[in-house]
Write a protein that binds this ligand. Structure first.
Ligand SMILES: [Zn+2]
Length: 97
């Protein structure tokens, strides 16, 4: 269930009580999800306009493009092993639509 939308996130509550933060990844041109809370969730600084998450977010978009990104203080830090045009790039987060 969608419970909140901010500049960078759509936030859904899962039945188990964890929160799923969806953000737009310009490298994949797709949204990725970060799970907050629970035993396997990410840590989050709680600042919707200046977010930092730990650890990195790893995705395989459409099962073939590898994407690894750190979100630090509102910036996307793409690692060198990403398989898209933003690999190794640092860029500001973009609004989620
Ligand atoms: Zn991505």
């Amino acid at each position: 269930m969608l419970i909140n939308q901010t500049k960078y996130f759509k936030i859904f509550e899962s039945p188990d009580g964890t929160l799923d933060y969806w953000f737009y990844c310009p490298g994949c041109k797709s949204n990725h999800m970060i799970k907050i809370g629970g035993s396997e969730g990410w840590t989050y600084n709680g600042k919707h306009d200046n977010p930092t998450f730990e650890p990195s977010i790893q995705t395989r978009f459409l099962n073939h493009v590898k994407c690894t990104v750190f979100i630090k203080q509102g910036y996307l830090h793409y690692t060198d092993d990403c398989q898209h045009d933003s690999k190794g790039v640092v860029r500001p987060m973009e609004d989620i639509l």
